[in-house]
Write a protein that binds this ligand. Structure first.
Ligand code: ZN
Length: 281
Protein backbone atom coordinates (compact mmCIF):
# COMPACT_ATOMS: atom_id res chain seq x y z
CA UNK A 1 0.00 0.00 0.00
CA UNK A 2 1.27 3.44 -0.85
CA UNK A 3 0.96 6.27 1.62
CA UNK A 4 -1.72 7.85 -0.59
CA UNK A 5 -3.95 4.86 -0.09
CA UNK A 6 -3.89 5.25 3.66
CA UNK A 7 -4.40 9.01 3.89
CA UNK A 8 -7.61 9.53 5.87
CA UNK A 9 -10.22 11.53 3.96
CA UNK A 10 -11.47 14.86 5.25
CA UNK A 11 -15.16 14.99 4.34
CA UNK A 12 -16.47 18.52 3.89
CA UNK A 13 -20.21 19.06 4.14
CA UNK A 14 -21.49 22.15 2.35
CA UNK A 15 -24.79 22.31 4.18
CA UNK A 16 -26.77 25.07 2.52
CA UNK A 17 -25.06 27.46 0.10
CA UNK A 18 -27.16 30.34 -1.05
CA UNK A 19 -29.15 28.98 -3.97
CA UNK A 20 -31.22 25.85 -3.15
CA UNK A 21 -34.46 26.48 -1.27
CA UNK A 22 -36.91 24.30 0.62
CA UNK A 23 -38.97 24.23 -2.59
CA UNK A 24 -36.04 22.54 -4.34
CA UNK A 25 -35.48 20.10 -1.48
CA UNK A 26 -37.17 20.35 1.94
CA UNK A 27 -33.97 19.01 3.58
CA UNK A 28 -32.03 22.23 2.79
CA UNK A 29 -31.37 23.88 6.19
CA UNK A 30 -32.23 27.59 6.14
CA UNK A 31 -32.49 28.93 9.70
CA UNK A 32 -29.53 28.83 12.09
CA UNK A 33 -31.13 26.09 14.29
CA UNK A 34 -31.83 23.98 11.17
CA UNK A 35 -28.25 24.48 10.02
CA UNK A 36 -26.86 23.41 13.39
CA UNK A 37 -29.06 20.30 13.46
CA UNK A 38 -28.14 19.33 9.89
CA UNK A 39 -24.41 19.86 10.54
CA UNK A 40 -24.51 17.82 13.73
CA UNK A 41 -26.10 14.88 11.88
CA UNK A 42 -23.43 15.23 9.17
CA UNK A 43 -20.68 15.35 11.80
CA UNK A 44 -22.01 12.14 13.32
CA UNK A 45 -22.03 10.58 9.84
CA UNK A 46 -18.31 11.32 9.32
CA UNK A 47 -17.93 14.94 8.15
CA UNK A 48 -15.08 16.84 9.82
CA UNK A 49 -15.37 20.18 8.01
CA UNK A 50 -18.52 22.31 7.66
CA UNK A 51 -18.68 24.88 4.84
CA UNK A 52 -21.28 27.45 5.85
CA UNK A 53 -23.32 30.31 4.47
CA UNK A 54 -26.16 31.99 6.35
CA UNK A 55 -29.64 32.76 5.04
CA UNK A 56 -32.48 35.08 5.80
CA UNK A 57 -35.63 33.30 6.98
CA UNK A 58 -37.14 33.65 3.50
CA UNK A 59 -34.18 31.65 2.12
CA UNK A 60 -32.35 34.57 0.48
CA UNK A 61 -28.66 34.93 1.19
CA UNK A 62 -27.34 36.94 4.13
CA UNK A 63 -23.96 38.37 5.08
CA UNK A 64 -24.99 39.27 8.63
CA UNK A 65 -21.98 38.72 10.94
CA UNK A 66 -24.32 38.35 13.92
CA UNK A 67 -26.08 35.43 12.23
CA UNK A 68 -22.73 33.85 11.35
CA UNK A 69 -21.77 34.30 15.01
CA UNK A 70 -24.81 32.39 16.27
CA UNK A 71 -24.09 29.60 13.79
CA UNK A 72 -20.42 29.32 14.82
CA UNK A 73 -21.38 29.26 18.50
CA UNK A 74 -23.95 26.47 17.92
CA UNK A 75 -21.57 24.40 15.82
CA UNK A 76 -18.79 24.63 18.42
CA UNK A 77 -21.22 23.37 21.04
CA UNK A 78 -22.88 20.57 19.06
CA UNK A 79 -20.00 19.42 16.83
CA UNK A 80 -16.95 19.50 19.10
CA UNK A 81 -13.72 19.98 17.17
CA UNK A 82 -15.36 20.11 13.75
CA UNK A 83 -13.53 22.52 11.41
CA UNK A 84 -15.74 25.53 10.72
CA UNK A 85 -15.33 27.25 7.36
CA UNK A 86 -17.34 30.35 6.47
CA UNK A 87 -18.02 31.35 2.89
CA UNK A 88 -16.79 34.65 1.47
CA UNK A 89 -18.39 33.62 -1.84
CA UNK A 90 -19.96 36.01 -4.30
CA UNK A 91 -23.51 35.44 -3.21
CA UNK A 92 -22.71 36.35 0.40
CA UNK A 93 -23.02 40.10 -0.13
CA UNK A 94 -21.10 42.62 -2.20
CA UNK A 95 -17.45 43.65 -2.03
CA UNK A 96 -15.98 43.80 1.44
CA UNK A 97 -19.34 42.79 2.99
CA UNK A 98 -18.27 39.30 1.98
CA UNK A 99 -15.54 39.33 4.62
CA UNK A 100 -17.53 41.09 7.34
CA UNK A 101 -17.64 37.94 9.48
CA UNK A 102 -13.89 37.20 9.39
CA UNK A 103 -13.35 38.90 12.80
CA UNK A 104 -15.28 35.91 14.24
CA UNK A 105 -12.03 34.05 13.52
CA UNK A 106 -13.47 30.78 12.20
CA UNK A 107 -10.92 28.02 11.51
CA UNK A 108 -11.20 28.63 7.78
CA UNK A 109 -12.90 30.74 5.14
CA UNK A 110 -13.26 30.26 1.41
CA UNK A 111 -11.21 32.46 -0.93
CA UNK A 112 -11.50 32.58 -4.70
CA UNK A 113 -8.33 33.90 -6.30
CA UNK A 114 -9.87 34.99 -9.59
CA UNK A 115 -13.07 35.65 -11.49
CA UNK A 116 -15.15 33.45 -13.80
CA UNK A 117 -18.65 33.07 -15.16
CA UNK A 118 -21.40 31.47 -13.07
CA UNK A 119 -24.75 30.18 -14.38
CA UNK A 120 -26.37 33.61 -14.76
CA UNK A 121 -23.69 36.16 -13.89
CA UNK A 122 -20.03 36.99 -13.47
CA UNK A 123 -18.42 35.74 -10.27
CA UNK A 124 -16.34 38.83 -9.68
CA UNK A 125 -13.19 38.71 -7.55
CA UNK A 126 -11.07 41.74 -8.32
CA UNK A 127 -7.37 41.61 -7.39
CA UNK A 128 -8.03 44.33 -4.81
CA UNK A 129 -10.85 42.36 -3.13
CA UNK A 130 -8.91 39.08 -3.19
CA UNK A 131 -5.90 40.79 -1.55
CA UNK A 132 -8.12 42.45 1.06
CA UNK A 133 -9.91 39.18 1.98
CA UNK A 134 -6.54 37.39 2.20
CA UNK A 135 -5.10 40.13 4.44
CA UNK A 136 -8.14 39.95 6.76
CA UNK A 137 -7.61 36.18 7.01
CA UNK A 138 -4.01 36.75 8.11
CA UNK A 139 -5.10 39.36 10.69
CA UNK A 140 -7.73 37.04 12.20
CA UNK A 141 -5.71 33.82 11.82
CA UNK A 142 -8.19 32.22 9.43
CA UNK A 143 -6.89 29.61 7.00
CA UNK A 144 -8.17 30.14 3.46
CA UNK A 145 -9.56 27.35 1.34
CA UNK A 146 -8.67 28.39 -2.19
CA UNK A 147 -11.72 27.89 -4.40
CA UNK A 148 -10.18 27.08 -7.77
CA UNK A 149 -12.79 27.39 -10.51
CA UNK A 150 -10.05 27.23 -13.14
CA UNK A 151 -6.31 26.63 -13.50
CA UNK A 152 -5.26 30.28 -13.24
CA UNK A 153 -6.67 30.46 -9.71
CA UNK A 154 -4.24 27.73 -8.59
CA UNK A 155 -1.29 29.68 -10.00
CA UNK A 156 -2.58 32.87 -8.38
CA UNK A 157 -2.86 31.18 -4.97
CA UNK A 158 0.71 29.89 -5.20
CA UNK A 159 1.93 33.36 -6.22
CA UNK A 160 0.11 34.95 -3.27
CA UNK A 161 1.61 32.38 -0.92
CA UNK A 162 5.12 33.17 -2.20
CA UNK A 163 4.45 36.89 -1.69
CA UNK A 164 3.38 36.24 1.90
CA UNK A 165 -0.27 37.13 1.28
CA UNK A 166 -1.44 33.62 2.15
CA UNK A 167 0.19 31.41 4.77
CA UNK A 168 1.62 28.04 3.74
CA UNK A 169 0.64 25.27 3.41
CA UNK A 170 -2.13 25.92 0.90
CA UNK A 171 -5.44 24.11 0.91
CA UNK A 172 -7.11 24.17 -2.50
CA UNK A 173 -10.53 23.02 -3.63
CA UNK A 174 -10.95 22.08 -7.29
CA UNK A 175 -14.52 22.98 -8.28
CA UNK A 176 -15.94 21.35 -11.40
CA UNK A 177 -19.38 21.39 -12.94
CA UNK A 178 -20.56 24.97 -12.29
CA UNK A 179 -22.45 25.95 -15.44
CA UNK A 180 -20.34 28.30 -17.62
CA UNK A 181 -17.18 27.62 -15.53
CA UNK A 182 -14.87 24.54 -15.63
CA UNK A 183 -16.78 21.37 -16.60
CA UNK A 184 -16.24 17.96 -15.03
CA UNK A 185 -13.28 16.66 -17.03
CA UNK A 186 -10.94 13.92 -15.83
CA UNK A 187 -7.83 15.00 -17.77
CA UNK A 188 -8.18 18.52 -16.42
CA UNK A 189 -8.72 17.18 -12.92
CA UNK A 190 -5.56 15.06 -13.17
CA UNK A 191 -3.68 18.12 -14.44
CA UNK A 192 -4.93 20.21 -11.50
CA UNK A 193 -3.63 17.57 -9.07
CA UNK A 194 -0.29 17.31 -10.87
CA UNK A 195 0.14 21.08 -11.15
CA UNK A 196 -0.63 21.75 -7.50
CA UNK A 197 1.82 19.04 -6.49
CA UNK A 198 4.51 20.60 -8.70
CA UNK A 199 3.96 24.20 -7.56
CA UNK A 200 3.17 23.59 -3.89
CA UNK A 201 4.28 20.10 -2.78
CA UNK A 202 3.02 20.64 0.78
CA UNK A 203 -0.52 21.65 -0.30
CA UNK A 204 -3.64 19.63 0.48
CA UNK A 205 -6.69 19.52 -1.78
CA UNK A 206 -10.36 18.64 -2.05
CA UNK A 207 -12.47 17.90 -5.13
CA UNK A 208 -15.98 19.35 -5.38
CA UNK A 209 -18.43 18.37 -8.13
CA UNK A 210 -21.68 20.21 -8.74
CA UNK A 211 -25.02 18.51 -9.38
CA UNK A 212 -25.08 14.88 -10.48
CA UNK A 213 -21.27 14.91 -10.71
CA UNK A 214 -20.83 15.40 -6.97
CA UNK A 215 -20.27 11.66 -6.67
CA UNK A 216 -17.92 11.64 -9.69
CA UNK A 217 -15.57 14.09 -7.95
CA UNK A 218 -15.91 12.14 -4.70
CA UNK A 219 -14.62 9.04 -6.47
CA UNK A 220 -11.81 10.79 -8.37
CA UNK A 221 -10.64 12.49 -5.17
CA UNK A 222 -10.67 9.30 -3.12
CA UNK A 223 -8.71 7.54 -5.85
CA UNK A 224 -6.09 10.31 -6.19
CA UNK A 225 -5.49 10.72 -2.44
CA UNK A 226 -7.40 13.98 -2.00
CA UNK A 227 -10.28 14.99 0.22
CA UNK A 228 -14.00 15.09 -0.56
CA UNK A 229 -16.81 17.61 -0.47
CA UNK A 230 -20.49 16.78 -0.50
CA UNK A 231 -23.72 18.39 0.69
CA UNK A 232 -26.90 20.05 -0.46
CA UNK A 233 -25.19 23.33 -1.46
CA UNK A 234 -23.69 21.57 -4.48
CA UNK A 235 -26.28 18.91 -5.19
CA UNK A 236 -29.87 18.50 -3.99
CA UNK A 237 -30.37 15.13 -5.69
CA UNK A 238 -29.32 11.66 -4.77
CA UNK A 239 -28.19 10.66 -8.25
CA UNK A 240 -28.86 11.22 -11.93
CA UNK A 241 -32.42 9.84 -11.70
CA UNK A 242 -33.73 13.01 -10.12
CA UNK A 243 -34.56 11.51 -6.72
CA UNK A 244 -33.95 14.09 -3.98
CA UNK A 245 -31.15 13.56 -1.46
CA UNK A 246 -32.78 12.87 1.92
CA UNK A 247 -30.34 14.97 3.97
CA UNK A 248 -26.82 16.36 4.24
CA UNK A 249 -25.99 13.47 6.57
CA UNK A 250 -27.08 10.91 3.95
CA UNK A 251 -24.74 12.48 1.39
CA UNK A 252 -21.90 12.42 3.95
CA UNK A 253 -22.59 8.78 4.79
CA UNK A 254 -22.42 7.92 1.10
CA UNK A 255 -18.86 9.30 0.92
CA UNK A 256 -17.88 7.76 4.26
CA UNK A 257 -19.07 4.34 3.04
CA UNK A 258 -17.28 4.79 -0.31
CA UNK A 259 -13.89 5.40 1.34
CA UNK A 260 -13.19 1.69 1.87
CA UNK A 261 -13.51 0.99 -1.88
CA UNK A 262 -10.38 3.13 -2.31
CA UNK A 263 -8.46 1.89 0.74
CA UNK A 264 -9.39 5.07 2.59
CA UNK A 265 -11.38 5.94 5.70
CA UNK A 266 -12.95 9.16 6.99
CA UNK A 267 -10.50 11.31 8.98
CA UNK A 268 -11.11 12.01 12.65
CA UNK A 269 -11.33 15.61 13.80
CA UNK A 270 -7.79 15.43 15.20
CA UNK A 271 -6.42 14.00 11.93
CA UNK A 272 -8.27 16.55 9.81
CA UNK A 273 -6.91 19.44 11.87
CA UNK A 274 -3.40 18.07 11.68
CA UNK A 275 -3.51 17.53 7.92
CA UNK A 276 -4.71 21.11 7.40
CA UNK A 277 -2.13 22.49 9.87
CA UNK A 278 -4.90 23.88 12.09
CA UNK A 279 -4.69 24.16 15.86
CA UNK A 280 -5.98 21.14 17.77
CA UNK A 281 -9.56 21.52 19.00
ZN1 ZN B 1 -20.42 27.88 -0.53
Amino acid sequence: MTSTMTTPCIITVAITGSVPTKKDNPAVPITVPEQIESTQASFEAGATLAHCHVRNDDGTTSSDPEKFGRLVEGLKKHCPGMIIQLSTGGRSGNGRERGGMLPLAPDMASLSTGSCNFPTRVYENSPELVDWLASEMIVHNVKPEIEAFDLSMIFQAVKMQKEGKIKAPLHVQFVMGVKNAMPVDKETFDFYVKTLKRLAPDATWTGAGIGKDQITLNRWSLEAGGHCRTGLEDNIRWDGTGKLAPSNAALVKRVADMCAEYGRRPATVAEARKMLSLAAA
